[in-house]
Design a binder for this molecule. Structure first.
Ligand code: NAD
Length: 477
């Protein structure tokens, strides 16, 4: 029986005033598991009005009081972890034991990290030319943020905005996609338990129209967006003069050099291709391997891929679940067909696996001799695929890596410190990871794009959730 959900609007649980609901069909079972109320324009207005009122009071809380609130939220989340993780698997598809539990266990770090940072978020005392002047800076909250988030990490990505946003004195309205909002709504119970002032956080599921209304809303001061570059460009065009954090698509290469530990590189690349079924902004979207180690890499990658167990994501042995949705599966179909049309060879996988409850279970696919111009190399595929491209040497490898506008997170495998820095100095990517997967991640890691604007500008620190205010005082002569 499908569960009727309520939205978290201005600190109250309500059906909202939107037209109807979204029927949430699980990618795991194909069953209709929940009805998600769709927010209306009036709900957006209500969330914004409540957020402004709540933030007007909250901005005067001391940093230590805000840190204490974050601690209470983190503690309240702990009690909900298994249930949130279960719902996340059901609605998103990621394996419960291998990924979802750890993912949700990590969720409270966004509050704990921010609680620690905010206690040291001071300003400066700046020397002036005039001996009678004193100049100081303060970090003030921006105000009301809208966080517009994707479906691949339905809980942790919204919290990347809510945690620091709250610690820095802001209100945050989250708009998750309607088809992965249940787990986040479950987590919102922790806000009530922790005593978050009503209105400071709202979670209003809806489609792009609701996102757009928030982006254009005069009562919203800051936009936190994580999603595709295509949507990000529309938001940038629509938002006007607002503070923003834009986290967009990636096309992360893993480069395997002549002197690499090829076995480690193959393991990391395969992991980066199958983790969350490849639906990660920093997934290993391509491997660029130098000629000298190509054959060994292919052999080791095929070996590593044998450890991948595609199946029921609630089964303990499963480490890869279904894709989340049909458009993503169709993109995989399209990219594989394009690559083989251009002469690439499928070494493993290459199709949707039969015998599962839905048509979204895709086999991990290894594909060799991929030409650089193939869609699977040029674009973000967002599925469980490892496209292998061959480079003549390091110069060639760096050139291929840089011919993208999606330079989010790259990996390089080398045993030489000299080569590690050689690549770091040349790869135009927000992050370069040496000797680990492109999927390497820490909750406090500065993260964002480079190599053109299509990856956006990401998060670096808590300061980004604040405005810098300068105070000048004339003491008289
Ligand atoms: P998407 O762009 O389709 O949707 C993201 C969000 O934007 C959703 O909530 C959606 O409803 C909303 N939206 C759609 N149109 C809008 C509009 N015109 N105005 C305002 N909001 C609008 O992305 P997706 O398919 O949900 O997510 C996958 C993408 O997200 C991938 O490209 C992935 O690389 C990227 N991503 C990036 C990061 C990062 O940190 N850089 C992290 C995770 C995912």
């Amino acid at each position: 029986m499908a569960r009727d959900l309520e939205i978290y609007l201005a600190g109250e649980w309500t059906e909202g005033t939107g037209d109807g609901h979204h029927e949430l069909i699980s990618p795991v079972t194909g069953e209709h598991v929940a009805n998600v109320p769709m927010a209306s324009d009036a709900d957006v207005d209500e969330a914004v009005t409540a957020a402004r009122a709540a933030q007007e009071e909250y901005r005067f809380w001391s940093a230590f009081e805000r840190a204490e609130l974050c601690h209470r939220v983190a503690a309240a989340i702990e009690d909900l972890v298994p249930e949130i993780a279960r719902i996340q698997t059901l609605e998103q598809g990621k394996p419960y034991h291998a990924e979802s539990l750890a993912d949700i266990t990590e969720a409270n770090q966004y509050f704990l990290n921010a609680a620690e940072d905010v206690k040291r978020l001071g300003g400066e005392n700046i020397p002036t030319t005039d001996r009678n002047k004193r100049m100081f800076t303060f970090r003030r909250p921006v105000g009301v943020w809208a966080a517009i988030t994707p479906w691949n990490f339905p809980v942790t990505i919204p919290l990347e905005y809510v945690g620091p946003g709250l610690a820095a004195g802001n209100a945050v309205i989250v708009k998750p996609p309607e088809f992965t909002s249940w787990a986040l709504l479950k987590l919102a119970e922790a806000f009530d338990v922790a005593g978050v002032p009503k209105g400071l956080i709202s979670i209003i599921p809806g489609g792009g129209d609701i996102g757009e209304m928030l982006v254009r809303h005069a009562g919203v001061d800051g936009i936190g967006f994580t999603g595709s570059s295509a949507t990000g460009k529309k938001i940038i065009a629509a938002m006007g003069v607002k503070r923003s954090i834009m986290e967009m698509s990636g096309n992360g290469p893993t480069i395997v050099t002549d002197d690499a530990n090829v076995s480690a590189a193959a393991g990391a690349a395969v992991f980066g291709a199958y983790y969350n079924a490849g639906q990660v902004c920093c997934a290993t979207e391509r491997v660029i391997v130098t000629e000298a180690v190509h054959d060994e890499f292919v052999e080791r990658a095929l070996e590593a891929s044998k450890d991948v167990r595609l199946g029921d994501p609630f089964d303990e042995a499963t480490n890869m679940g279904p894709l989340n949705n049909e458009p993503t599966a169709m993109k995989m179909d399209r990219h594989l067909a394009d690559a083989t049309d251009r002469g690439a060879t499928i070494l493993a996988g290459g199709r949707r696996a039969p015998g599962h409850p839905t048509n979204l279970y895709y086999e991990l696919t290894l594909i060799d001799q991929v030409p650089e111009e193939a869609a699977v190399s040029q674009e973000e595929t967002f599925g469980p695929v490892l496209p292998i491209l061959t480079a003549r040497d390091d110069e060639d490898a760096a050139g291929i890596a840089n011919r993208t506008r999606l330079g989010l997170q790259a990996a390089v495998f080398t045993k030489s410190l000299h080569k590690a820095f050689w690549y770091a100095d040349r790869i135009r990517s927000g992050t370069v990871v040496v000797n680990d997967s492109t999927d390497f991640w820490e909750t406090f890691q500065p993260f964002g794009g480079a190599a053109g604007t299509d990856t956006g500008w990401g998060r670096g620190s808590l300061e980004e959730f604040t405005d810098l205010q300068t105070l000048v005082i004339d003491l008289g002569s």
